[in-house]
Design a protein around this ligand. Structure first.
Ligand code: NAD
Length: 258
């Protein structure tokens, strides 16, 4: 018996990094995963590798109508939706004076607006079915003021995720819907590689130096693997976490303490 046996879970941004790690952990725990991404080639390859009853769906969470479409697809295919993991997110390494309106809109449209409207669409389906549900939002220690964060707009979206997790938890509790957030620290993914490259371009030095600097600042001297996030995401959707809601959990090797 897996901790998530038979649960139907929608996970966004499964084509790379953390989303792939979370999808693998959910499938290993017995969940039926519907994995969404804007990158059809990468997303389909991940979900085909996972196999079983799990499947891929194309979807862009920055479009509110597509958030509703993703939930309709899951409910239409499997009859219900038990869990949503709001993982899709974007950023760009940018100094305070370099953030443009276009950067702001792109980052907010995915990380904050998309995340909220997917929560809302899923919560409607969970409420109407009457059997509760779980929402897991991927925030970041950037949303708690971690000083190593470069992009102020990105940090703002992650602070918004933490606040929406708390208010969502409060307003959805009476429907048996638990809402929690995970705040990863430095995590080895494509996004991490992209930020390191952008840092080197902006500030000079080598890739190796930039990576070593990032890891040296972590008390446990270890960056996360996506599986570290997958393990906590499984717990938050499992029966063991039935009385846990409104929390934002750091997974970061001790990099940032609340
Ligand atoms: N990597 C880190 O160090 C780190 C740290 C803290 C938080 N996070 C957060 O973790 C989450 C996952 O990050 P990652 O590092 O795995 O990123 P990644 O770039 O490696 O993967 C993100 C995936 O999301 C998909 N995606 C992007 N925009 C989308 C959209 N509009 N709709 C659907 N899918 C979309 C991409 O195609 C990609 O497959 C993000 O929310 C990110 O902000 C990452």
């Amino acid at each position: 018996m897996g901790e998530l046996d038979g649960k139907v879970a929608l996970i966004t941004g499964i084509g790379a990094g953390m989303g792939t790690g979370i999808a693998e952990a959910y499938a290993a725990a017995g969940a039926i995963v519907v994995g969404a991404d804007i990158d059809a080639t990468a997303g389909r390859a991940v979900m085909e590798r996972i196999g079983g009853p799990s499947s891929f769906v194309l979807g862009d969470v920055s479009r509110v109508s597509e958030c509703q479409g993703l939930v309709d697809h899951v409910v239409g295919t499997h009859g219900r939706i038990d869990v949503v993991v709001n993982n899709a997110g974007v950023t760009k390494s940018l100094g305070f004076f370099d953030v443009t309106e276009a950067d702001w809109d792109r980052i907010y449209s995915v990380n904050a607006r998309g995340l909220f409207f997917l929560m809302q669409a899923a919560a409607v389906a969970m409420r109407d079915r009457g059997e509760g549900g779980r929402i897991v939002n991927i925030a970041s220690i950037a949303g708690k003021g971690y000083r190593g964060t470069s992009n102020v707009a990105y940090a703002g979206t992650k602070g918004a995720v933490i606040a929406m997790t708390r208010v969502g938890a409060s307003q959805l509790a009476r429907f048996g819907i638990n809402v929690n957030a995970i705040c990863p620290g430095v995590t080895r993914t494509a996004l991490f590689d992209q930020v390191i490259d952008e840092l080197v371009e902006r500030l000079g030095g080598t890739r190796e130096e930039a990576e070593a600097r990032a890891v040296r600042s972590i008390p446990l001297r270890r960056a996360n693997d996506p599986a570290d996030i997958g393990a906590l995401a499984v717990y938050l959707a499992s029966p063991a976490a039935r009385n846990v809601t409104g929390q934002s959990w750091n997974v970061d090797g001790g990099l940032h303490w609340d």
